[in-house]
Design a protein around this ligand. Structure first.
Ligand code: SAH
Ligand code: ZN
Ligand code: ZN
Ligand code: ZN
Ligand code: ZN
Length: 421
């Protein structure tokens, strides 16, 4: 299944279907105007294309293989990155020209994110892994919230951490588009899934795995944690979350509350998320990553720390953040906030979003970024370097939403966002 997009050209709107997952048409060339005829030729060429693109997966066989591989000594195990399969030493000769990892350890078998090479294509999988600290913090927070069963939607690190460190306390189900996880998890632990259109590649039996999981504990203690690609559009993701929440409700009509959701996304996407998910709140916690220099803390990271936050339908005060990491509780806002996020008595809230302390402008009657100054000509606060009259909200960078540069100079350039079509 594809997604329906809209292209607006000279005020003329035209709808078309295109791939929901590949945000680069080079990765997936599927394109169809809504009013276009589906000819037999077209239909045939799609079948061929599907045949070519979709990996043939026999999950049961892969699981049997995993069981056999587990029994072998580490020096007799390998993983072929070219074919995406686990191997025993007897099979190596067929893969001699391929990229291999030899001597797969027990740890790697149970922590596939440490073995697989992250697919970093920003226009597709965009795999950026949580740091150890963030993984632990998120799972601890889940436990504090009373979670017992965690749906890990695009969060393989959380999944493997729960399975290995929280056995007996938490259960976990991974939903992800990366089919390589078939090699490491059985049918109750992993569904091959597309979050942009709520599609299960494994058909009804795979969808049933999620339904079963959502009914654990009669639906109490089930939570969903997701970290989808930041380049994807918010609307279909929000729609998917809504669908899963409705399913949880339908399956557990007696459950006290709706399915709690934790959605990791950059702070500058807050307006889009709140537009699609009214009632959600953005937490101040900065989510750190391992393999993304822009989103990690430390010397290589951004000056103001990671821009990634947690959006949730739960009350913010339920998320206790670590005082050791500098977070504190604001009594007025009733939520945990970062060190630099000072409470503004005039706005009556803790106003920082981007990791800096915002400054209140009495003329604008709101807090603004510390680098801004009030401009009498433009009658608003702007970067001092702005050209009067040229400042419009739309002159913000299209990618990161910050002022002062165009999308080509954006530090998040690699993460290029899907352009509104
Ligand atoms: N920080 C997370 C990983 C997030 S990276 C962690 O450490 O666990 C984004 C994840 O979403 C990857 O696992 C990627 O394979 C998955 N993903 C990307 N596109 C997807 C899609 N269309 N549907 C489902 N999962 C997707
Ligand atoms: Zn595609
Ligand atoms: Zn406050
Ligand atoms: Zn203020
Ligand atoms: Zn001002």
């Amino acid at each position: 299944p594809t997604l329906r997009f809209r292209r607006i050209n000279n005020r003329e709107e035209k709808d078309y279907f295109a791939c929901s997952t590949c945000r680069d048409r080079k990765d997936c060339t599927f394109f169809l105007w809504v009013d276009e005829d589906v000819t037999e030729d077209k239909s045939k060429s799609w079948d061929l294309e599907r045949e070519r693109i979709l990996p043939k997966i026999n999950h049961s066989e892969l699981i049997e293989k995993l069981v056999r591989i587990r029994q072998k000594k580490s020096r007799k195990r390998a993983y072929c990155h070219t074919c995406s399969v686990l191997l025993n030493s007897a099979e190596l000769s067929n893969h001699s020209t391929h990229t291999l990892t030899l001597k797969v350890s027990d740890f790697q078998l149970t922590h596939p994110t440490e073995l697989l090479k992250p697919l970093e294509s920003s226009k597709k999988e965009a795999q950026y892994l949580f740091s150890k600290q963030s993984t632990a913090t998120i799972v601890t927070a889940l436990c504090d919230l009373g979670a017992k069963h965690v749906v890990c939607l695009g969060t393989p690190r959380i999944h493997e951490f729960i399975l290995t460190e929280y056995e007996g306390r938490l259960t976990s189900l991974l939903l992800d588009i990366d089919h390589r996880y078939h090699n490491f998890y059985n049918k109750d632990q992993f569904c091959w899934y597309n979050c942009f259109n709520n599609y299960f590649f494994g058909g009804e039996s795979s969808a049933a795995v999620l339904s079963q999981f959502l009914q654990k504990g009669d639906g109490e203690g089930v939570v969903l944690v997701t970290d989808p690609p930041f380049g994807g559009r918010v609307e279909p993701l929000a729609y998917t979350l809504q669908k899963i929440t409705q399913l949880h409700r339908k399956l557990n009509p007696e459950a006290i509350s709706d399915l709690p959701v934790l959605w990791m996304f950059p702070y500058f996407m807050e307006p889009q998320i709140l537009a699609s998910c009214p009632g959600y709140n953005m937490l101040d916690y900065k989510v750190d990553y391992d393999n993304h220099s822009l989103f990690a803390s430390g010397p290589k990271g951004r000056k103001h720390g990671s821009p990634v936050r947690i959006f949730t339908n739960l009350q913010p005060k339920l998320f206790k953040l670590s005082t050791e990491e500098g977070y504190r509780y604001c009594d007025v806002c009733e939520r945990w906030v970062s060190e630099e996020n000072k409470h503004c008595d005039k706005c009556n809230e803790c106003t920082s979003k981007d990791g800096r302390t915002y400054v209140h402008c009495d003329i604008c009657s709101r807090c603004v970024k510390p680098s801004w100054l009030h401009c009498a000509t433009c009658t608003r606060c702007c970067l001092p370097s702005h050209v009067c009259g040229e400042f419009m909200p739309s002159s913000k960078c299209f990618i990161c939403g910050m002022e002062g540069h165009k999308k080509k100079e954006c530090p998040l350039h690699e993460q290029t966002f899907q352009v509104k079509t």
